[in-house]
Design a protein around this ligand. Structure first.
Ligand code: ADP
Ligand code: MG
Length: 327
């Protein structure tokens, strides 16, 4: 859209915060260009964050918000086994929010730099409504090594990177849920919520080792396992005792609540993958520089597909209703 004088000034300030791409055309022309790496497919994802729905400006710093707007998209790219390359960022703001947007872009620029992503364009518009940020992330992958949701096979194990429940525990702290409030633990859990680290190395590494099925955990393990099970037409059995719940979440909220936060909470941005048991040791080594890999369940045959059940101490464990419901 054609921007007014104020918008041009703002776009210039935003562009100044971002690293220009090393090749091709970036911000400042009618569109961006780049050359795809030969032999790769383009992997594209987009995610929109709306004030009051996805974030609250009294709960997050604008810089953390920018980091997170990138994180949610980078995580989807990693979950496909792909590498991020370019991003387009569109914002709708009220006239008095330019200062906040500049702070948001500091977080976007930091995560772009940390992940090797170039922001090469976007759009800036005025609104009377809530502050809205949309990031479109474009990455690339070897087409034979994509991690899809429909690739789980009976006999595979289900494994998770990192820990579960840390981000939801951070959100519970922000919501004022009563806890044993140790300041160091609180700080760590809030960081899990505000500054998630998408598994940018683990995604492609697991894919090139031979994993064929993966998803990122934006909505809690139970809900994401359900997506894998339905897409792959299999059933999944989760061993709740094996799930690595975040130790600070367990210490602050107790095991039972930490389990709910990890299984039914969200925004951990870890990866949930299905892979043959024979690959697990090598997979663990391959991602050890970034994070851990823990087997938490198994994939079994299912006539109807999509069933996710759980056990704890050898007994059936009821998985609560999962995930964030948008509508
Ligand atoms: P046009 O009217 O041709 O779309 P704009 O004035 O909207 O041009 O944008 C000018 C340049 O700035 C383009 O390269 C566009 O991609 C970029 N741009 C605009 N807004 C943003 C933004 N919020 N973040 C990054 N780049 C942006
Ligand atoms: Mg435009």
């Amino acid at each position: 859209m054609t921007a007014g004088t104020d918008e041009f000034a703002l776009i210039n300030r935003l562009a100044w915060l971002l690293d220009p791409p090393t090749h091709g055309i970036g911000i400042g022309d009618d569109a961006a260009t780049w050359s795809p790496t030969p032999g790769t497919v383009t992997v594209a994802t987009t995610d929109m964050l709306v004030e009051g729905i996805h974030f609250r400006l009294d709960w997050t710093t604008p810089e953390d918000l920018g980091w997170k707007a990138m994180a949610v998209n980078l995580s989807d790219i990693a979950a496909m086994g792909a590498r991020p390359r370019h991003a387009l960022v569109s914002i709708a703001l009220k006239p008095d929010q330019a200062g906040i947007v500049i702070e948001i872009y500091k977080g976007i620029a930091a995560h772009a730099r940390a992940s090797g992503t170039f922001v090469v364009g976007g759009d800036t518009v005025r609104t009377d409504g809530p502050l809205t940020i949309n990031v479109t992330l474009l990455g690339e992958a070897d087409p034979a090594l994509i991690l899809r949701r429909d690739g789980a096979r009976p006999g595979d194990v289900l494994a998770i990177t990192g820990t579960a429940g840390g981000s939801a525990a951070g959100l519970a702290l922000l919501s004022g849920e009563p806890t044993d409030s140790d300041p160091d633990r609180s700080r760590r859990l809030l960081a899990m919520h505000h500054r998630p680290s998408p598994r940018l190395h683990a995604g492609p590494a697991l894919a090139s080792l031979g994993a064929r099925c993966g998803i990122d955990i934006s909505d809690g393990i139970a809900s994401e396992a359900g997506h894998l099970a339905r897409s792959s037409n299999v059933a999944i059995v989760i061993d709740v005792d094996a799930v690595p719940f975040h130790p600070d979440a367990v210490a602050m909220f107790g095991l039972e609540r930490a389990r709910t936060l990890g299984l039914n909470g969200g925004e951990d941005y870890e990866l949930l993958v299905a892979l043959p048991l024979s690959l697990v040791d090598r997979a663990r080594d391959a991602i050890a520089s970034e994070t851990t890999l823990t087997v938490i369940g198994r994939v079994v045959q299912d006539q109807h597909g999509g069933l996710v059940t759980a056990t704890s101490g050898g007994l059936p464990f009821t998985l609560g209703a999962g995930g964030y419901v948008a509508f």
